[in-house]
Design a protein around this ligand. Structure first.
Ligand code: GAR
Length: 201
């Protein structure tokens, strides 16, 4: 079974959705080995403990430099021999050192249809722009922010009465479906990355 490490900074609803999909038997061939957070009080860590999943905390302020912080996370994850790293609301930008330590092994979910609305507050960016459809994207992490090869996308309508909270809730429901689909695909290994494109084999 492939080992997943989930990295999160907050609520952890994507982590919970993945854990529940695995527990239900609908996502096979992998298990969550550890949940790693940069926030010692992230609610997602408590969700992990409740499920008996190991946790690790690497708070940025515990380290003198970004490089040492990243190295501590690399060491922790390599010691556990994880196969894939699942960024699920991990709200710090990872540097080249970290990303290059796990080439094509890091996935991220972003609450927009990339390449639109990268960075923070993607749902508010979509409202401000006035798009009629937004959604979510699961992609491989590369050194270009929110721009790695796309694995799964889900389209979500923007409704006239939406505020950021309402749109975020509608997108989040689809995130919870999209992430398990993407993980199933990479865990099965039946894909090839050609340039920007993830091709199914
Ligand atoms: C999700 O909406 C995720 O797409 C977003 O943070 C939320 C985390 O929710 N991630 C980003 O915006 C990354 N830039 P969760 O903690 O309940 O999974």
């Amino acid at each position: 079974s492939k080992k997943l490490a989930v990295m999160l900074s907050g609520r952890g609803s994507n982590f919970v959705a993945i854990a529940e999909t695995i527990a239900s038997g609908a996502l096979q061939g992998c298990h969550i080995d550890v949940v790693l957070s940069d926030k010692p009080d992230a609610p997602g860590l408590e969700e992990a403990r409740r499920r008996g999943i190991d946790t690790m905390v690497c708070a940025r302020r515990q380290y003198a430099s970004k490089q040492e912080w990243e190295q501590a996370m690399i060491d922790g994850l390599q010691a556990r021999n994880v196969d894939f790293i699942i960024l699920a609301g991990f709200m710090r930008i990872l540097g080249e050192g970290f990303i290059n330590a796990f080439p094509r092994r890091i996935l991220n979910i972003h609450p927009s249809l990339l390449p639109s609305f990268i960075g923070l507050d993607a749902q508010q960016q979509a409202l401000d722009y006035g798009v009629r459809y937004s959604g979510c994207t699961v992609h491989f992490v590369t050194n270009d922010l929110d721009a790695g090869p796309i694995i799964v996308q889900k389209v979500v309508p923007v409704l006239p009465a939406d505020d950021a909270a309402a749109l975020s809730r509608r997108i989040l429901e689809q995130e919870h479906v999209a992430y398990s689909e993407a993980i199933a695909l990479v865990v099965a290994g039946k894909y090839e990355i050609q340039g920007r494109r993830v091709l199914l084999k």
